[in-house]
Design a protein around this ligand. Structure first.
Ligand SMILES: Nc1nc2c(c(=O)[nH]1)N[C@@H](CN(C=O)c1ccc(C(=O)N[C@@H](CCC(=O)O)C(=O)O)cc1)CN2
Ligand SMILES: [Mg+2]
Length: 291
């Protein structure tokens, strides 16, 4: 193996600690803690684990956590009514509805009901528009975490060729926007892309977010490339990413592992976004380079 293994767990711990320091400053200045409300609908086992981790991380960073658990048969109007209450609650700076929602609920309608200035997941179309046009908004946590790992490893990304594999609203599209803003030359590949290997051959940066276990082969990776694996696939061999780790690690310059790569950054960036939301809502300045 030649690649440096990018330690997302360590980077996330550093970010969470910094958020904690700034949250303590915010509480001292305003007399209240930044608050994050998390809504979980139904019994999805993985979602329950993520929601518990978010609650614990929120409290550990000195913020207030408000957890709302609703049954899987919750009516759309009841879920929307809860979002309305959280929008109006001054103690709540950030609102997150854990995805996926149970069948029968319209996730788009729920996400669009969240006040864009409390949308710490960055999924509201207003925040997607702000990102696309270079305005200050909230950036989805997973691509934000990927960008932080890339900058930590590579510094200035300007002029680099990046291939994002996947075009979801949650990862692929915002990732491409962030890399474009960082002056990369960006290709977005997806399930219909012809000859992916050809596109990857020139890629200094690869972000894989296709949701298919071991999909990206090391043979396709440019020697020395930085490979960010967003995939979390449960297989008979355990948890694996979208990149075939063993073959890619022998060619890449750096690579994120699964687990312990991008995943931990998702929750750390959620805390970061909540801290930013609290400052904006309270009209308290937060230096652009503070975090
Ligand atoms: N409202 C949201 N829903 C979902 C999001 C999101 O950002 N907002 N992302 C994913 C789930 N997710 C957080 O919600 C998440 C996924 C994975 C991890 C993580 O740390 N993974 C570990 C492995 C953990 C395991 O064993 O399963 C890792 O990669 O090291 C954190 C958060 C979908 N829904
Ligand atoms: Mg896709």
């Amino acid at each position: 193996m030649s690649a440096e293994i990018i330690d997302g767990k360590a980077a996330a711990a550093t970010l969470r600690a910094r958020v904690g320091e700034l949250a303590a400053g915010f509480a001292a200045d305003t007399g209240r803690k930044p608050g994050l409300a998390v809504v979980l609908v139904g019994e999805d086992a993985a979602s329950a684990v993520y929601v518990r981790s978010k609650g614990k991380a929120t409290v550990a960073a000195g913020m207030a956590s408000f957890e709302h658990r609703l049954p899987a048969d919750t009516a759309q109007e009841d879920l929307l009514a809860l979002v309305d209450r959280l929008n109006a609650d001054d103690a709540v700076d950030g609102i997150l509805v854990q995805l996926p929602l149970p069948e029968g609920l319209d996730a788009d309608a729920v996400l669009q009901r969240i006040d864009p200035d409390k949308d710490v997941d960055g999924f509201h179309p207003v925040n997607a528009g702000r990102l696309a046009t270079g305005l200050n908004g909230f950036v989805p946590c997973t691509p934000l975490g990927c960008l932080m790992l890339l900058k930590e490893r590579l510094g200035d990304l300007s002029g680099l060729n990046a291939v994002v594999i996947g075009r979801s609203n949650i990862v692929g599209k915002p990732m491409a926007a962030l890399l474009t803003q960082a002056s990369c030359t960006v290709t977005v590949a997806h399930s219909r892309t012809r000859n992916l290997a050809h596109h990857l051959a020139g890629a200094d940066i690869v972000v894989a977010a296709v949701g298919r276990a071991n999909f990206v082969s090391g043979d396709w990776i440019k020697p020395g490339a930085c490979v960010i694996d967003v995939g979390i696939n449960r297989t008979d061999d355990g948890l694996v990413g979208d990149v075939d780790f063993a073959s890619a690690a022998s060619v890449a310059g750096a690579i994120t592992p699964v687990p312990g790569g991008v995943g931990p950054m998702t929750i750390a960036c959620l805390l970061r976004n909540t801290l930013v939301a609290a400052h904006r809502r309270a009209g308290v300045a937060l230096a652009a380079d503070a975090i």
